[in-house]
Write a protein that binds this ligand. Structure first.
Ligand code: DC
Length: 229
């Protein structure tokens, strides 16, 4: 049987992790898991249930509700990747709004949320052949992953990418709002006490500020091939 590995991709928001992960999964015939979508779905659930008020998150109510939250990925052959379902409902669009982006880091700080999601993520790579992206994949979820990538790019570059995406989707946001959101999330993601974003010792760092998608893909595919021999 062909050798299969686990590929862990970590890094700041909007570094193009999901683009790279989707390209790799498609080329290798692997399963792609977007762990950010899981944290986003929980943030969206908190909004739907009134746990988020202006600038405050009712953590206690969210923790009590965790057993009622069912998350599932369902592959969409038209899109070529799996979409996020929250309690049976496709929430792929709802979890990508700036409102969810603004709150998701607060939700991702909660230890009970993290342990629920990490357990589910670990189950997904039982048979290998998985590309997973997030913040703690190479450090906490799969410390033994055969290939770990740590992606970086300047905050300006990343904000511009996210801004272009949102505008294309018809959201009315300003560049400054998006940049502020990116910087705020960077701060929270790297400073939280539980599983902060850090580069795993054995991860390979790629700064893609000046790389095209194709160049980056070829570079990483090469690293994958080295692990497969
Ligand atoms: O990758 P993303 O921007 O969709 O992630 C959304 C948020 O979820 C981000 O602010 C950090 C958090 N996250 C996390 O803490 N751990 C992960 N494995 C994935 C995402």
């Amino acid at each position: 049987m062909d050798k299969k590995i686990t590929i862990a991709i970590d890094g700041f928001s909007s570094t193009g992790k999901s683009t790279l992960a989707k390209q790799l999964a498609k080329d290798l015939g692997y399963v792609y898991v977007d762990t950010g979508a899981m944290y986003r779905a929980i943030a969206f659930f908190s909004m739907q249930n009134g746990f988020i008020k202006t600038d405050y998150l009712d953590k206690e109510s969210l923790i009590k509700s965790l057993p009622n939250i069912q998350l599932q990925f369902q592959f969409n052959p038209d899109l070529g990747f799996a979409e996020m379902y929250l309690n049976g409902e496709n929430v792929e669009k709802q979890i990508r709004t700036i409102a969810v982006s603004s709150f998701v880091s607060k939700v991702a700080e909660i230890p009970e949320v993290r342990s629920k999601l990490v357990e589910q993520q670990q189950q997904m790579s039982k048979d290998k052949g998985v590309v997973m992206d997030g913040r703690d994949i190479g450090t906490v979820v799969f410390p033994d992953a055969e290939l770990k990538i740590y992606m970086t790019a300047s905050a300006q570059t990343r904000a511009q990418r996210r801004y272009d995406e949102l505008i294309q989707k018809g959201d009315s946001v300003t560049f400054e709002e998006v940049l502020h959101n990116v910087e705020e999330r960077d701060y929270i993601d790297t400073h939280r006490s539980n599983s902060p974003l850090v580069k795993a010792e054995d991860a390979i760092e790629i700064d893609n500020s000046h790389l095209t998608r194709e160049e980056q893909f070829k570079l990483v595919l090469d690293l994958v091939q080295q692990k497969l021999v």
